[in-house]
Design a protein around this ligand. Sequence first.
Ligand SMILES: Nc1ncnc2c1ncn2[C@@H]1O[C@H](COP(=O)(O)OP(=O)(O)O)[C@@H](O)[C@H]1O
Ligand SMILES: [Mg+2]
Length: 261
Amino acid sequence: MVLGRIIAVHSYKGGTGKTLLSVNLAATFVKHGKKVCLLDLDFRAPSLSTILKIEKAEHWFNDYLNGTCEIDKALIDLSDGINNDGKLFVGLANPATEAIRDISAKDRKWEMRALGRLLALRNSLLNDKGFDYLIFDTSPGLQYSSINAIVSADLVIVATTFDKSDVDGTRRMLRELYDLFEKKTEIVLNKVLYDVSSKFGKEEVQTRIKDIYQVPILGIIPCFCDVSKAEGNIIFAQERLEHPFTKILDEMAYKIDNNKA
Ligand SMILES: Nc1ncnc2c1ncn2[C@@H]1O[C@H](COP(=O)(O)OP(=O)(O)O)[C@@H](O)[C@H]1O
Ligand SMILES: [Mg+2]
């Protein structure tokens, strides 16, 4: 039996597209018939509740990490209306100000216990419940919750841009963080402006990233006005099947799936 995999979507800086990628990668896998659990580990700036338009949850993913509920209670089943074998479950970070303050004040001991509960998901969700993929949307940088997500993952997808400070920070993280944990790491270069910086065609961009990062590239995503204009209201992989953004996500999902073989 092939077991599922845990993917952490991380970055050095904020706004690089982690949430966009996490949601659309999850939707893509579901479209390909996979059973997927998308988890919001960005407890400082929760986004999934807004993007998925879920205002209230009986239990949040915070509660699972706090040890006040089991994982089944912290997940919401969004599989209704999916017309293939795909399934989508989500665990949401609580967006209430109080909850954000509460989780920011946790000490090291709490974080260690939270890591234990995160690691336990491999058994409870992948082995017992038969999920194909768990996708962790994380906070940027070296937040404890993000380190925990990286430690628990089989594959780290690092979303990055050509922004100078992002490049420097990402390179440092590659050397000092992902390597340290011996994690399989792949880069997604996002918000590429092909025509604005016309001296870089697609191939030049590819060579340039390979030189900079020296790790495999999972994908290159242009800056799409349509994505910007949608203001987070459209899940392209689900609702804009012919859009080039959706096609790039399809390719990424196939790549990830084939690595598993
Ligand atoms: N390739 C892209 N083209 C256009 N807008 C993008 C692209 N990638 C991300 N964005 C936009 O950038 C903003 C930040 O993305 P988000 O996924 O929230 O980043 P993060 O989760 O890393 O902070 C969002 O408004 C998102 O729609
Ligand atoms: Mg985000």
